[in-house]
Design a protein around this ligand. Structure first.
Ligand SMILES: C[S@@+](CC[C@H](N)C(=O)[O-])C[C@H]1O[C@@H](n2cnc3c(N)ncnc32)[C@H](O)[C@@H]1O
Length: 283
């Protein structure tokens, strides 16, 4: 990939997330509980403990950083970083609301971190690496800023097929807003879906690594309470906002129709599949 095309991709990602930020700000608190279920295995894989210095990369609206800030306590220090100021503003709002004081906020591209070498005990990144056009560089940057003996952990989505809500929302968006709608990114979130692709990157940067861990959640949610409003806004809010009222109504109906097919025994049966890989920087 040329430097020009890399830079165009980076700008496209930045613009996309700046546009999505208002939906993430509106919805982040509503999805905090399911988000926490995804935080737990990542935090365990990173071996986060009280008193550590931690960098949360691509923190977005604050996951899993806010949980980590509580865990590391007043003697620990968390840096929440993201490339998009509009996203990190939500993390800051939520941190302030929780009265957290052990956090600093940094706007930075994960492929070009502003921190000096060997600053952190841990780096974590939940659902951010997939969007970076310079993935090997991003992983090398995490390696560089870790202390020897430090640990990094990443979490990425497995295939769209195994993540039913995304599949439904994307298929509905494709059918109503078009497959090449520039306001709806159908591919990037799944750019590390292939088993082993994350591990190869982590090993390639010099980390010692025990392989990838699959995280599969299969929630069954009451059919009388449509649950997907926040997910639709966070995933497809940009394209939906720009659509005509008729298209918006058609999209909403299509989403409802597709989720309706997932009902068995009075419950929506949903599947979520992600992968974690953690790496140790040799001491
Ligand atoms: C799906 S959100 C994940 C946010 C949060 N970690 C979570 O799991 O809810 C992706 C985030 O990655 C950020 N991002 C994308 N590319 C980035 C890059 N190259 N460097 C830093 N942040 C990036 C976006 O701004 C966005 O906030």
């Amino acid at each position: 990939m040329t430097a020009d095309s890399m830079s165009r991709q980076r700008e496209a990602v930045r613009e996309d997330w700046a546009g999505r930020a208002k939906h993430w700000d509106n919805r982040a608190d509503q999805v905090a509980e399911p988000a926490e279920r995804m935080n737990v295995p990542l935090i365990e894989a990173a071996d986060i403990r009280s008193g550590q210095t931690v960098l949360d990369i691509a923190t977005g609206a604050g996951e899993p950083g806010l949980t980590v800030a509580n865990m590391i306590g007043p003697n620990g220090h968390l840096t929440m970083s993201d490339m998009v100021p509009e996203m990190i503003a939500t993390a800051k709002r939520r941190a302030d609301e929780q009265g957290l004081t052990n956090i600093e906020f940094v706007i930075s591209d994960m492929a070009d971190l502003p921190s000096g070498d060997a600053q952190f005990d841990r780096t974590i990144c939940r659902f951010g690496l997939m969007f970076c056009p310079e993935k090997p560089k991003a992983i090398s940057e995490a390696y560089r800023v870790l202390k020897p003996g430090g640990r990094a952990a990443w979490m990425v989505w497995a295939s769209k097929r195994d993540n039913l809500s995304f599949d439904i929302i994307d298929e509905a968006a494709k059918s109503i807003f078009g497959a090449d709608n520039p306001l709806h990114d159908l591919e990037r979130p799944f750019s590390l879906a292939a088993a082993g692709s994350l591990e190869a990157l982590v090993r390639g940067a010099g980390f010692e690594c025990d392989g990838e861990q699959d995280v599969v959640l299969s929630p069954k949610l009451p059919a009388d309470k449509p649950f997907w409003g926040p997910l639709v806004d966070m995933a497809a809010g940009r394209a939906r906002d720009a659509a005509s009222p008729e298209e918006r109504a058609a999209f909403d109906a299509e989403v409802e129709r597709r989720f309706g097919k997932m009902i068995t025994d009075g419950k929506y049966h949903i599947s979520m599949h992600s992968r974690i890989c953690s790496g140790l920087k040799p001491a």
